[in-house]
Design a protein around this ligand. Structure first.
Ligand SMILES: NC(=O)c1ccc[n+]([C@@H]2O[C@H](COP(=O)([O-])OP(=O)(O)OC[C@H]3O[C@@H](n4cnc5c(N)ncnc54)[C@H](OP(=O)(O)O)[C@@H]3O)[C@@H](O)[C@H]2O)c1
Length: 253
């Protein structure tokens, strides 16, 4: 029997790796409003504390925060053990930790520097799945974050595009490997979150205006709309191996 009530995440435990900002924070607030217990993981403890306050205001039963760099295997595994000690078995995991890298392949950085953003995203996802999938509750799911760069690559952002494509492919392959645990991905278009302040700086408003001009819905999809799609994938037990695009049609133009 499908639960179509407003509190479909009641008594569920949702872990958000990257839950202190942007899409992850929006998902945390929405999950809290639907009755979930939340574990939020990110690097900056102060921003996590602010996020936890916002999540409590939205109405969650319990929220824990874990200040960890998700590229540090040992620290990440320790944080997951702590999450399970606090909350018990986990139902759903959303992986939003990451950023965008704008740097051409033929620049003068070392191979290690060039590959790092790509490798870190994949490593975080793999460590997370290896650590948590075996103990997840029935009906559990992973939601990875891909992105518009998979379908509409940006010159100079090859690492971002390869990372988003990998996240989407992980969802498809892990839907088979982890079954009956489900694996899906959201694929955001350009979303106005704090991530872009750091990446684009002063050029942000000009770049955004150009993208909005070719966006079919005439604006960017919001972090809240993107988070809503992630929660939909958690809650709908019939969907696995899916990549849901929240881009206002940007990949078509
Ligand atoms: N915004 C867009 O237009 C867009 C489009 C397509 C895809 N995406 C993807 O969507 C995801 C979320 O983006 P967003 O826009 O919501 O960005 P955001 O507002 O910058 O949020 C990123 C979150 O991840 C955390 N984080 C980043 N690196 C981390 C690390 N190494 N370890 C642990 N936590 C880490 C950040 O907190 P700390 O900094 O404190 O660690 C923050 O909570 C990213 O993977 C991004 O590539 C975004």
């Amino acid at each position: 029997m499908i639960d179509f009530t407003q509190n479909r995440l009641r008594e569920k435990v949702v872990l958000i790796v990257g839950g202190s900002s942007g899409i992850g924070l929006a998902a945390a607030r929405q999950a809290a409003a639907q009755g979930a217990s939340l574990a939020l993981l990110a690097r900056n403890a102060e921003r996590l504390a602010t996020a936890a306050t916002a999540v409590r205001t939205a109405g969650t039963a319990s929220v824990s925060t874990h200040a960890v760099d998700a590229t540090d295997v040992t620290a990440l595994e320790a944080a997951f053990a702590e999450v399970q000690r606090i909350h018990g078995a986990i139902d759903h995991v959303l992986l939003t930790a990451g950023g965008a890298t704008l740097a051409p392949l033929l620049d003068h950085r070392s191979i290690d520097e060039q590959v790092a953003p790509l490798e870190q995203r994949i490593r975080t996802a793999i460590i997370t799945v290896r650590a948590l999938a075996p103990g997840m509750r029935d009906g559990g799911s992973f939601v990875f974050v891909g992105g518009i760069s998979t379908d509409r690559p940006v010159k100079g952002a090859w690492a971002t595009g390869v990372a988003t494509a990998a996240a989407e492919q992980l969802a498809r392959t892990l839907a088979l490997e982890l079954a009956p645990i489900r694996a899906n991905a959201i694929s955001p278009g350009w979303i106005d979150t704090p991530m872009w302040d750091g990446v684009l700086g002063d050029e942000k408003s000009d770049v955004f205006a150009q993208i909005v001009a070719r966006t079919p819905i005439g604006r960017f999809a919001s972090a809240e709309e993107t988070a809503d799609a992630a929660l939909f994938l958690m809650q709908n037990g019939g969907i696995t191996g899916e990549v849901l695009h929240i881009d206002g049609g940007q990949r078509l133009t």
